[in-house]
Ligand binder design. Structure first.
Ligand code: ADP
Ligand code: MG
Ligand code: MG
Length: 251
């Protein structure tokens, strides 16, 4: 069974159809890149898969390891191993990042019928991850994303992802707003998650991120669906030619 199987998916927001027959299959061990122009529905895809209120599937299916995502709550999706890193991470005033990480991990464990991770184990693990991500532990005492720079937000999100060890990671424009040092650090974290048991989908407008995270498969998204699929060389081709031809084909 594929980790993610999207079949002829159609979805809308505020009565406007954004995904127009989306097909995508991600198997364990694969890293996919989805590239596309602004407004092509890349973030909409991630919101639909996450179960964000207001995003409505009108046709087709999205299956996570064979289970219909539309029938699962947000918590059930997380417990089943889905992780989404959003383009615009939410701020959670009043909740320390460390508290948030503990709650996210233990909610997932509880849902799976597993024991909570003890505080010393959690702190040890978070320290290891913070080191990999070149993050100051002091940051983890601050409220989630409040006043974080772009680089700090992405580091915090990558740390959360590494802590949760998801089956399927979807990263929406992780590269946006990152300087080259932060980009390398975050990419290094993502690369550490590469495994034969895990699927990773990186959504990006620019090919730059793919210099650091080498995809097995590259897709071009335009007007709410995948219009072309190829190997990593497709990303380089796009860097040369841009998206114009795909936009006119879609229109
Ligand atoms: P991308 O991430 O590829 O830039 P988005 O998924 O953000 O694209 O947006 C796809 C389309 O959906 C755009 O035309 C955008 O204006 C529209 N859209 C996004 N959110 C809403 C909303 N809440 N209501 C109406 N249209 C929306
Ligand atoms: Mg956009
Ligand atoms: Mg987007």
């Amino acid at each position: 069974t594929a980790l993610l199987e999207i079949r002829d998916l159609k979805a809308e927001i505020a009565g406007k159809q954004i995904l127009n027959g989306y097909d995508l299959t991600v198997k364990a061990g694969e890293v996919h890149a989805i590239m596309g122009p602004n407004g092509s529905g890349k973030s909409t895809l991630s919101y639909v898969l996450s179960g964000r209120p207001g995003y409505k599937i009108t046709e087709g299916q999205a299956l996570l390891a064979g289970a219909d995502l539309s029938q699962m709550s947000v918590d059930e999706r997380a417990a089943a191993g889905l992780f989404l890193a959003f383009q615009y991470p939410l701020e959670v005033p009043g909740v320390a990042t460390m508290t948030f990480l503990r709650a996210a991990l233990n909610a997932q464990r509880k849902k799976r019928g597993e024991e909570e991770m003890s505080s010393p184990d959690l702190i040890k693990r978070v320290k290891e991850l913070a080191k990999i991500l070149d993050m100051d532990m002091e940051m983890l005492r601050r409220p989630v994303n409040v006043g974080f720079s772009g680089g700090e937000k992405k580091r915090a999100e990558t740390l959360q992802m590494m802590l949760l060890e998801p089956k399927l990671c979807i990263l929406d424009e992780t590269d946006s707003g990152l300087d080259i040092d932060a980009l390398k650090v975050v990419s290094n974290g993502v690369n550490q998650l590469r495994s034969k048991d895990r699927g990773i989908v990186v959504i990006t407008h620019y090919q730059r991120l793919l210099d650091y995270i080498t995809p097995d498969v590259v897709h071009v998204q335009s007007a709410g669906r995948i219009v072309r699929t190829g190997g990593k060389e497709l990303a380089l081709e796009l860097e040369e030619t841009g998206y114009a031809r795909y936009q006119s084909e879609a229109a």
